[in-house]
Structures are given as structure tokens and as C-alpha cells.
Design a protein. Sequence first.
Length: 76
Amino acid sequence: MTTSDYRKAFVQLEAKKQKLDKYKKHNTPKKRTTGIGTRKCRICGRYGAHIRSYGIHLCRTCFREEAKNLGFKKFS
């Protein structure tokens, strides 16, 4: 369930406080502590294809654009 779907039901449940509290308790997305959902690219916000080495925290496409500015050079 995405965040937008989770919040859409608030409009319908505002009149019923107890049902809203129960809905929030069981349907709120949990805070991630491990895995792919905790790390995202600093530039574009992408989660996949993440480069963490040397504290870079960029996705592969942003890394290719910024590599020369960071001091990396291509060997081939």
C-alpha cells in the first residue's frame, strides 16, 4: 500500500475517531531500518542501483554524470 492510498481513507473516517485510530494503527507504513528502502540517491531520490562506497550515496545514473567532478576517471 502506498502512502497516498493510506491517507485517502482519512477523509471518510474523520467523523469516526475510533475507526480512524484503528485504521492508522494497522495501516501506517512502518519506518524502515534495513534494506533497500532506507537508502536513496542524494540527487534524484531513486532507491535502486545505489552506490554507497566512500559515502557517495548516489544512484548509478547520477554517479555517471558526477563521477568526473568527484575525482573518478575512466580507465578504458
